[in-house]
Design a protein around this ligand. Structure first.
Ligand code: ZN
Length: 173
């Protein structure tokens, strides 16, 4: 049996005690943009909130792409999120290669260069990544000015989250 088949079997058991109230319309508190890395999966535990309070948008890195910006707009304007949290982390897999290297490696491995150059949104420094992301989200004209946009780094070794100050913030505040 595959892992997915096993998971589907477990779902039958899950549904027996499922709280049907969870199927109601969501009204979230925070929109969280974070990495697809499984070490970032226990967000409710990390942040001391219910799963229902968090609207979670996950990408590799994370990368704040055009899609992510669209999702943040919907999260704050339609779903109900009041604040935006961008959560990077230490030890990210996306810091272990460059897009150029990955394109070359996959072209060699498969013998097919047709998808290249593919964007993987690799990066080097989580702090710099976070600052750029805060600026990008903050600058979007469709994200309401009264919605706070803050960036953080989760340390996978200690479980602690620390805030990254937005670029130029020290100069104005
Ligand atoms: Zn990551």
């Amino acid at each position: 049996m595959s892992f997915i088949d096993e998971a589907l079997k477990a779902n039958q058991t899950y549904a027996k005690t499922y709280d049907r109230k969870l199927g109601g319309r969501p009204n979230t508190k925070i929109a969280v943009v974070t990495c697809m890395d499984p070490r970032l999966s226990d967000l409710a535990g990390m942040l001391g909130m219910a799963n229902a309070d968090l609207d979670v948008i996950r990408t590799g890195g994370p990368a704040v792409t055009e899609d992510v910006l669209g999702e943040l707009i919907v999260s704050t304007r339609v779903i109900g999120s009041k604040e935006i949290m961008i959560l990077n982390h230490t030890g990210c897999g996306f810091t272990t290669f460059t897009d150029e290297e990955m394109n070359a490696k996959l072209t060699e491995l498969t013998g097919d260069a047709s998808p290249a150059p593919m964007r993987f949104f690799s990066y080097k420094d989580p702090e710099e990544n976070t600052r750029e992301q805060i600026a990008m989200v903050r600058a979007h004209p469709w994200i309401a000015k009264e919605v706070p946009v803050r960036g953080f780094i989760f340390d996978v070794e200690t479980g602690l989250i620390r805030e990254v100050q937005a670029a130029g913030r020290h100069a104005t505040a």
